[in-house]
Ligand binder design. Sequence first.
Ligand code: NAI
Length: 468
Amino acid sequence: MPENTFDLVVIGAGPGGYVCAIRASQLGLKTAIIDKRAELGGTCLNVGCIPSKALLHSSELYYDIAHHAADHGILIEGSRFDVATMMKNKDAVVAKLNSGVKHLITKRNITLFQGTATLKNSSTVAVLNTEGKEQIFIAKKIVIATGSVPSAIPSLPFDGVSIVSSDQAIAFTEIPKRLVVVGGGAIGLELGSVWGRLGSQVTVVEFLPQIAPSCDADIAKLLARALKKQGVTCETGTGVTGYKKTSDGLEVYAKQGDKELTFKADKILVAVGRRPFTESLGLENVGIKTDDKGRIPVDHHYKTSADNIYAIGDVIQGVMLAHKAEDEGVAVAEILAGKAGHVNYNAIPGVIYTQPEVATVGIGEDSAKKQGFAVNIGKFALSANGRAIASDATDGIAKVIACAKTDRILGVQIMASNASEIIGAAVTHMEYCGSSEDLARTVTAHPTLSEALKEAALAVEKRAIHAL
Ligand code: NAI
């Protein structure tokens, strides 16, 4: 095969793209991967999931030292916070993983190229490198995995300094005294918590009647209460109408029903969702038309309307989550290698990494009822869990939503410290079409927070052991 000809060219080296390239190479496909960033890992590794987790960890440590250490006999006087060191730690975490991903790619003989890719036709990709030089790649198959970028709102246009997206909010050089976050989804709540725990006065302005719209209303309410204790106030049912720069910083104007509200801020983080990124891809050259949300339509095998061209991750329909993109990357590589790649969209966990975390899988009680399911609900409060009491982690609840007719688990929602790990058991049960009975009869180590999930499953049939 000529040097510039490949079985597969992957455009975009985020979790979708690089995982796809690795799986394709494992299956014997000659593979190239192209990304415009110098570093691999896409949004998730460079400006998303990973750096935000490093900041969440730093701010949790600080918050625990400031608020809880003394209860355990740890007396620290004069502790203070240094933002520059926190950022240095975050950058080191990202750099370590950048080089880890690069190692995984190069060790597998995947050709890596930095530049902006444009589709010329259904088997030719032109790549413009940073010096303006164009290189042509010929591909039997092409996978588009170009991800997404933050959505803007007209009343608060990004300026990168005062009105920022998550890209800048993970890199503030000082703690904003007052931070207004527009959007109470995962990004707004996670970054709001980071800066709130460090002392910022944070107001989350959410358009819908509840924050965390992927959760049931009862869980969202509990989460709002927990966040309030950490300096994050949530104003729900509130729409932002505009802003003004004043001598005292910024003023954000909003409407809450008939009430006109003004929030003072030093920074405004707009986190109202993300949109697929398809600019300069040359979709028009191959006849691909995006849908009303800017997504690339694909069939069940991730094939676009163009011959040989496939798409995965944030640029197609479905939740914009790194692990969804990763599993689609594996599935499409397997399909292209003649195997049966598959993703179970009913069992994709979602996590908001606040403290406590909120993790969900499947459908919640609210949407199950809206969809007409007769459901049985089991709930168990973390305040009755021994491990939670021993670890200052009593804020939260586990909730199992089971089909009333078949007992099959339709969904699970957990608000708890480490909910991101606890949810794994629920995902596995759902993957195998498990029932609440299966979950309730699964032996769970004692004492663990996971016992709250087992108790919630028992509560579906009103037989939780540690609840009245
Ligand atoms: P999101 O879609 O999760 O939440 C955006 C929120 O903004 C919604 O609650 C929406 O009602 C609200 N909103 C929209 N327009 C508004 C307006 N004009 N005024 C007030 N509120 C408004 O989006 P987010 O948090 O920006 O995240 C983007 C994507 O990245 C999501 O798909 C999310 O799942 C993903 N992500 C996932 C993370 C995780 O898994 N932990 C972390 C960060 C992002």
